[in-house]
Design a protein around this ligand. Structure first.
Ligand SMILES: Cc1cc2nc3c(=O)[nH]c(=O)nc-3n(C[C@H](O)[C@H](O)[C@H](O)COP(=O)(O)OP(=O)(O)OC[C@H]3O[C@@H](n4cnc5c(N)ncnc54)[C@H](O)[C@@H]3O)c2cc1C
Length: 533
């Protein structure tokens, strides 16, 4: 890899990144010829374009909290963010804001963290997160973050007022006041390590097509979020053969894997689960570019789910959101596929009949309200503007019918033809469903009687469904101080990872934990001695 400092200090790059401070550039220790190649590693090798005490890779909740913690402790901080300013903030900028307060007295942080990490983090580390969280929340409240109930819950569940956008605005405000700096459109492409000591000494970032080298005097944090927007990676880690649609930031493509596992041999962990959500509306999601979700409830429940064979396959009232026990059977099992083994698990990927699935409904259900995400489904598509990977579904479903995202047929047979499903099979399924709904008992799959209503008059409608990924949590393994570890579990000094890029959490950590961990890392890095040049 050949890198020069031409692009970074050139006028175009300066203009695009806004406020590169002259003082920080002045701190660069070495001058180099613009065409002089930079070595990839080695204590004395890099001709740095600029420097900071602490470099944060990824400006979501973990990264910005870390920047606040470090800057308030006196460190100079540079956050490098891959997205342009209007798309920055990652998952954190679109959270629903439902949080669980873990305070020391009522819900000991140490136990909570140990339970959720299955012991990968110590009681002491959990304690530190637990002690730091209220301090950070004080700061965020001072910068405009509020609570739906008016005041911060002492323990247990609560809701951040105005959701992710308000949380992210408070984080940015606090970070700016603390004096940390962020540059956008600067994806980090490599972590630079000292070839003798192995410690992290800086990063390479891509700016306007040029590579720039930035020195980290004290440490580097990788907080690049989840891999929800990398369907190929999801397919290779989780169930193959399905189309996955992300509700997370489109910039969250799992870059930590390349930066840390690929380049530096870091260990990975925790791939048991991903956070699913209510099914995605397939055609809408494809067109919009991020997952457009199906509504989470229907005022008139005259609907059913069917697979590509025209059969029901799961009780439709079971919530898939955060629920692996439901999502996995939906994806991988079929009670009806003749090729399934005795546990119902598909034998061959091409035979996953649930790979194709639809919701089928009648006119009454269609008329009762929005079938897609409106104001209580939190996802990237909900918060971003149309044309910017965002989409807000209409209240009367007419716009989506006109777009062809909803199929329509005067009869079930006609609808089946449009769906590409055997009309006889679908008719039989609907007849059977109607009979059970009228009798008030789902003898087939156990859907609650009050959540079922027979399909009445047509026309009838169908929407093809896909798998919606809220976010992922597995990734890079770290030690008790959140330093990246290699496969032999030795830490890479001065290199940290947290947030959805890898928290050692076996169940989703939630945004408060991400913030507390990031803030703690920022303080830890600020307290380190600078590398001796
Ligand atoms: C729709 C949705 C709803 C949610 N609701 C809740 C909720 O109600 N409660 C809750 O507790 N949790 C919720 N979560 C989970 C929570 O949002 C996340 O766990 C948390 O915000 C993750 O923070 P993070 O900093 O790790 O990642 P993110 O906030 O995703 O930030 C990652 C950042 O890294 C940047 N980046 C990526 N690659 C690079 C690179 N190579 N170089 C530089 N920058 C890079 C990205 O652009 C992004 O800005 C929700 C998540 C989603 C997606």
């Amino acid at each position: 890899m050949e890198m020069t400092r031409r692009g970074f200090v050139g006028g175009a790059a300066l203009a695009s990144i806004g406020a590169l401070s002259a003082t920080m550039l002045a701190g660069c220790s070495q001058e180099s010829d613009a065409s002089e190649p930079l070595a990839e590693s080695g204590a004395d090798a890099a001709a740095w374009d600029r420097e900071a005490d602490f470099i944060v890779v990824g400006g979501g909740g973990a990264g910005i909290a870390a920047a606040i913690g470090a800057a308030n402790a006196g460190a100079s901080v540079l956050v490098l963010e891959k997205a342009p300013e209007k798309h920055a903030g990652g998952a954190t900028s679109v959270v629903a804001g439902i949080v669980n307060m873990w305070s020391e007295d009522k819900n000991p942080a140490s136990n909570w963290v140990q339970y959720r990490t299955m012991g990968y983090k110590s009681a002491e580390r959990g304690q530190k997160w637990g002690e730091n969280l209220p301090d950070l929340l004080d700061i965020l409240e001072d910068h405009g973050m509020g609570w739906e109930t008016g005041s911060r819950p002492e323990s247990g569940p609560g809701n951040i007022a105005d959701h992710g956008p308000a949380l992210y605005a408070a984080l940015m405000d606090a970070m700016n006041e603390a004096g940390a700096e962020i540059v956008y459109e600067s994806p980090v492409t490599k972590i630079v390590t000292n070839s003798e000591t192995g410690e992290a000494i800086g990063v390479y970032a891509d700016q306007n097509g040029s590579q720039v080298a930035i020195k980290a005097n004290k440490g580097v944090l990788v907080s690049t979020g989840s891999y929800a927007s990398n369907p190929e990676l999801i397919n290779s880690i989780h169930l193959p053969g399905f189309e996955y649609f992300s509700e997370d930031s489109p910039y969250n493509t799992g870059d930590a894997f390349q930066l840390l596992a690929g380049d530096l041999g870091a260990a990975t962990m925790g791939f048991r689960d991903i956070e699913y959500d209510t099914p995605a509306i397939k055609l809408a999601s494809k067109e919009v570019g991020t997952s457009v979700g199906l509504a989470k409830a229907f005022a008139v429940p005259s609907y059913l789910y069917v697979n590509g064979a025209g059969s029901r396959f799961m009780p439709e009232d079971l919530a898939i959101m955060h629920n692996k026990d439901v999502a996995f059977p939906w994806l991988a099992h079929s009670r009806r596929n003749p090729d399934a083994n005795e546990d119902g698990f598909e034998v061959a990927m091409e035979n996953y009949v649930n790979k194709t699935s639809f919701i089928v409904l009648d006119q009454a259900c269609f008329d009762a309200g929005s079938l897609g995400n409106t104001n209580w489904t939190w996802s990237w598509s909900h918060f971003k503007d149309e044309g910017d990977s965002g989409y807000l579904w209409s209240e009367d479903n007419q716009a989506e019918l006109a777009k062809g995202w909803i199929l329509q047929g005067n009869t079930i047979e006609e609808l089946a033809q449009q769906m590409g499903v055997d009309p006889t099979a679908l008719s039989a399924t609907v007849a059977n469903y109607n009979q059970m709904a009228s009798a008030g008992e789902d003898t087939e799959l156990g859907r609650a009687a009050e959540a079922m209503q027979p399909l009445g008059d047509g026309p009838y409608y169908a929407i093809e469904l896909g798998v919606s990924v809220l976010f992922t949590t597995a990734g890079i393994r770290s030690d008790d101080q959140d330093r990246v570890v290699k496969w032999d579990l030795t830490p890479i000094e001065r290199l940290y990872v947290t947030g959805n890029a890898g928290m050692n959490m076996f169940v989703s950590p939630g945004v408060l934990t991400v913030l507390a961990a990031g803030y703690t890392i920022g303080q830890d890095v600020a307290s380190l001695d600078a590398i001796q040049a």
